[in-house]
Design a binder for this molecule. Structure first.
Ligand SMILES: *Cc1c(COP(=O)(O)O)cnc(C)c1O
Length: 397
């Protein structure tokens, strides 16, 4: 849980917070943040132990829920997202699960975009239902459908913007209004933009969740997640789930993500610049039927993206003419780009959604969500944009 150690950074810019927020030096005077690999913490006396356990005195107890390296990461991410509290988790999915466990109960109803991460759909559709929580899925950009799906017992609206892989963008402020007109919270998965490009809490969202595995790390090294929001819901309720159920981030992984945050702003600018160049090039290729990238004037929500985001991000998807065979040809002709479904890495990755990440969907579901057989998703990395383009050009003849 976030502490008061960010107070001294009030008023600093994003770039400064990304490098410095949350750090508390020990008596050793270390300049880089220390990794506290300890499961528990010792107390000076029985009375101190009792005061810590009761919560009367703040401080470390046990690394399932209090660890200085993890706390530094939490405080830094809270500062970057503009939230009062942050809880770090063992994965992005654990962040979403902990949010649901902390803020929902049997009989509640959730409205989710149908374009969320596939595993999130499974978590909602299969597992939440088992515990008596109903979920409806609506088209990402159709605000009327969101409004129509809200019921008296709707407690949560869940969205990811831009979506994967089609980069559909929803108006966060408008969705927050729909949630708050009822008795619901708006939860935004801010994985694709990160706080460097988009700050959902400032737009009216209540909770931000992250897969730290992606851009927060930025180099494909570790799996982790986080929940950011206010002191009551995140600092108490979600933290309570973490403390009790234990989907905890390890201190070593927290340190990796902490170091990732220091370069987040620079990396997101570079990912966005390379993706823009690639998207513009793809749009000019005769063998490409359609390009999905919020930075293109042809993107249906280009104006909204420009207003809502500080950059367009690193994910580009495009549909080649000739269906699956043509799409696979592009993948198999690459020499440098990695064939893997991960994203948010310095290394560019390419994937064929219809037969990988979205392969579990029926043909009808894929048609509904626009996952065509010729669709490819590229998570544009930090290599030279010209080399990335040349690698894709090989199979696009
Ligand atoms: C990867 C991902 C997740 C899940 O995160 P893990 O760290 O893999 O558990 C959730 N949301 C989005 C948008 C993702 O890309």
């Amino acid at each position: 849980m976030s502490s008061d150690s960010n107070k001294e950074y009030d008023g600093y810019d994003f770039e400064t917070l990304a490098v410095r927020a949350g750090q508390v030096r020990t008596h050793e005077g270390e300049h880089s943040e220390a990794i506290f690999t300890t499961s528990s913490f010792a107390f000076a006396s029985a009375a101190e132990a009792a005061a810590r356990f009761s919560g009367d005195v703040p401080g470390n107890i046990y690394s399932r829920f209090t660890n200085p390296t993890v706390r530094t990461f939490q405080d830094r991410l809270a500062a970057l997202e503009g939230g009062e509290a942050c809880v770090a988790t063992s994965s992005g999915m654990a962040a979403i699960l902990a949010t649901c466990m902390g803020l929902l109960q049997q009989g509640d109803h959730v409205v989710s975009s149908r374009s969320v991460f596939g595993t999130t759909t499974v978590l909602f559709d299969r597992y939440l239902r088992r515990f008596g929580i109903e979920v409806d899925f609506v088209p990402q950009t159709d605000l009327e459908a969101w409004q129509a799906a809200v019921r008296p017992n709707t407690r949560m609206l869940f969205v990811e913007t831009p979506s994967n892989p089609l980069t559909e963008i929803v108006d966060i402020a408008a969705l927050a209004d729909i949630a708050h007109r009822g008795d619901a919270l708006l939860v935004v998965d801010n994985c694709f933009c990160t706080p460097a490009l988009q700050r959902p809490l400032a737009l009216g969202a209540d909770i931000v969740v992250h897969s730290a595995t992606k851009y927060l790390d930025g180099q494909g090294r570790a799996v982790g997640g986080a929940v950011v929001g206010d002191a009551e819901r995140v600092g108490k309720e979600v933290f309570g789930v973490l403390r009790t159920a234990g989907p905890t981030m390890s201190p070593f992984n927290a340190w990796i993500f902490l170091k990732g945050l220091e370069t987040l702003g620079l990396r997101m600018q570079a990912h966005s610049a390379h993706a823009q160049k690639l998207a513009e090039w793809l749009e000019a290729q005769p063998s490409v039927a359609r390009v999905h990238y919020p930075g293109l004037a042809s993107h249906p929500q280009h104006a909204l993206a420009t207003r809502q985001q500080r950059g367009y991000g690193g994910i580009v998807s495009f549909e080649v003419k000739g269906g699956q065979a043509a799409a696979w040809r592009v993948i198999d002709a690459t020499r440098m780009i990695s064939i893997t479904a991960n994203l948010g890495d310095a290394k560019t990755t390419i994937t064929h959604p219809a037969t990988t990440t979205h392969g579990r969907l029926s043909i009808e579901q894929r048609a509904e969500t626009g996952i065509a057989d010729g669709l490819l998703r590229v998570a544009v990395g930090l290599e030279s944009a010209d080399d990335i383009i040349a690698d894709l050009a090989r199979g696009l003849g």
